[in-house]
Design a binder for this molecule. Structure first.
Ligand SMILES: [Zn+2]
Length: 56
């Protein structure tokens, strides 16, 4: 899949409907046709969270 945030394909599956982008350190949770993207800083705190439309 493609990262909805940075468009990188360096995305790994870490769980059920859960992905992680290694390029921008964001977690992507897929819910039907919506992707919830959570951005993390170096300490592992969520700095930003947003939803995007996602077509599998
Ligand atoms: Zn990314």
């Amino acid at each position: 899949m493609e990262c909805p945030n940075c468009k990188s394909t360096n995305v790994g599956k870490i769980g059920n409907n859960l992905y992680f982008c290694r390029d921008c350190n964001c977690e992507i949770k897929i819910k039907k046709c919506t992707a919830v993207v959570s951005m993390y800083d170096a300490e592992g705190c969520v700095t930003k969270r947003f939803k995007v439309c996602y077509n599998a």
